[in-house]
Design a protein around this ligand. Structure first.
Ligand SMILES: *Cc1c(COP(=O)(O)O)cnc(C)c1O
Length: 457
């Protein structure tokens, strides 16, 4: 197979790539690597796409010596900026299996066994949500695509529902649909509003940073064409969980859709110590969680689920003569989001979860919550630092008393360059702050505290 009449002998190309993959799966990524400018890369790489090809040795050399080192490690235990990743070695390894198997995961007909396994993972998430048999979902590339799919289904479903209810605007079909979310919602929600051609209604949050049903109701009275509200279960900047229970109650009184963006924090549904923050989620209409964030899977992976999957099927089913030939009873992943051909990207999570079991996952998530509490406790008691919010999940936001934005940058860059700690400045209510997002069970919180104690005084 490695020697083809057409491509020639690919033995070396295969061996070099797979050897690198094995070595890297074992070692994990190097925290000292960082991005470079395209100018620098142009100098080091030159032209890599040529009419006669570079050959395997040179192409792999470019990747391992130049290109990969010009990326930033997202899964180092001391990478606490953005929302990092922390894939298990088993999940990373299985991603190579998914590639090798090269299954078309869009249709049951093509991907049955693989999709079945993905659905068992979704079944676990469904049980955490308290959803029943009617619920279903699929895996898409990331939270942005997951949110877009859920909100597209929301718009289609609510439009149809209002039409059936005979809800009109001055005797005409309703136009000017609006999407409600808090000022703290993820930036992708605004992009999605642009794509769906709907206006955003931004709702103020309470003093603790939560969107509440009370504030939603005010917005609904003023904006009768709001078709959906996005509540965030774990905001990216501060890890706050909106008041889902009151939001769902108000939203359903007004016949609108509730989407829960749990891209980062949805994983904490599995953690008993914070489970109470998610009260009411069993009544939400759709939900996403990114396993590439806090469920220990590699990039890229987002689970999007609907409490009643038929709404998604009505929205997304693609009909074409060559597709309809497969007349079977199974639900196709392509019927549940905006995609047709797809990689079975839920499988690395399936493999890792099947190996370790859900209890281990619970413990791994709790570990990061404990770490964030310990770190917050240190900051609260220290004289030079200020804790800005009690962490609800695992993001700690704080300030160094008296520092200017330049001092934050300098401090952050120095630690990043040394590969000691990745902690980047952010903003809270216009003020420069620091945030630490704990999601890796291997993060040594005492080491983090030691750094804060010795480098910030
Ligand atoms: C990360 C994040 C997203 C976007 O997810 P991607 O996978 O990066 O597209 C959306 N919402 C929240 C709350 C997030 O933390």
């Amino acid at each position: 197979m490695l020697k083809s009449e057409f491509w020639g002998d690919e033995t070396e190309a295969v061996n070099l790539a797979l050897d690198w993959a094995i070595a890297h799966t074992v070692s994990g990524s190097d925290p000292k690597t960082s991005f470079k400018s395209s100018e620098e890369l142009k100098k080091e790489v030159g032209v890599s796409i040529t009419s006669d090809g570079l050959g395997a040795k040179e192409a792999m050399r470019l990747y391992s010596e130049v290109l990969n080192p010009a990326t930033r490690s997202a899964d180092d235990p001391m990478a606490l900026a953005f929302i990092p990743g922390a894939p298990t070695r088993a999940a990373v390894a299985f991603d190579a299996v998914v590639s090798a198997a090269n299954v078309h995961g869009g249709m049951w007909e093509m991907g049955a066994g693989a999709v079945f396994a993905e659905n068992q993972v979704l079944g676990w998430i469904k049980s955490l949500l308290g959803w029943t048999e009617e619920a279903g979902g699929t895996f898409v590339s990331g939270g942005t695509l997951g949110n877009l799919s859920a909100l597209s289904a929301a718009k289609h479903t609510i439009k149809e529902k209002w039409r059936q209810m005979g809800r009109f605007q001055n005797g005409r079909p309703i136009t000017g649909y609006k999407l409600a979310c808090a000022s703290t919602a993820h930036s992708s929600v605004r992009t999605i509003a642009t794509v769906l051609d709907v206006d955003i209604v931004t709702i103020p949050v309470d003093a603790g940073g939560h969107l509440t049903g009370e504030m939603l109701e005010k917005a609904l009275v003023e904006n009768p064409t709001i078709f959906a509200v996005v509540a965030t279960s774990g905001t990216t900047n501060t890890g706050i969980v909106d008041d889902i229970n009151s939001i769902v109650t108000v939203a359903h009184k007004y016949d609108i859709w509730v989407h829960i963006d749990g891209a980062y924090g949805g994983a904490a549904l599995a953690a008993p110590s914070v489970r109470h923050f998610f009260k009411g989620i069993e009544k939400a209409d759709s939900f996403i969680v990114d396993p590439h964030k806090w469920l220990f899977a590699p990039y890229d992976c987002c689970a999007v689920l609907y409490r009643d999957q038929k709404h998604a099927i009505h929205t997304f089913s693609q009909h074409a003569e060559y597709l309809d030939a497969f007349g079977n009873e199974e639900v196709n992943p392509s019927d549940l989001a905006i995609h047709l051909s797809r990689r079975t990207r839920g499988l690395p999570l399936w493999y890792s979860l099947a190996i370790h079991g859900t209890k281990k996952y619970e413990q791994a998530i709790e570990k990061s919550i404990e770490n964030s509490r310990k770190c917050a406790e240190y900051i609260r008691k220290s004289s030079h630092l200020e804790l800005l919010l009690d962490p609800e999940l695992s993001v700690v936001v704080f300030a160094r008393k008296g520092w200017t934005p330049e001092q934050y940058d300098e401090w952050s860059n120095k630690l990043a360059k040394a590969g000691e700690l990745l902690c980047l400045p952010s903003k809270l209510n216009g003020r420069t702050i620091l945030r630490l997002a704990f999601i890796n069970p291997h993060t040594d919180v005492d080491k983090v505290i030691h750094i804060l104690e010795t480098t910030m005084k």
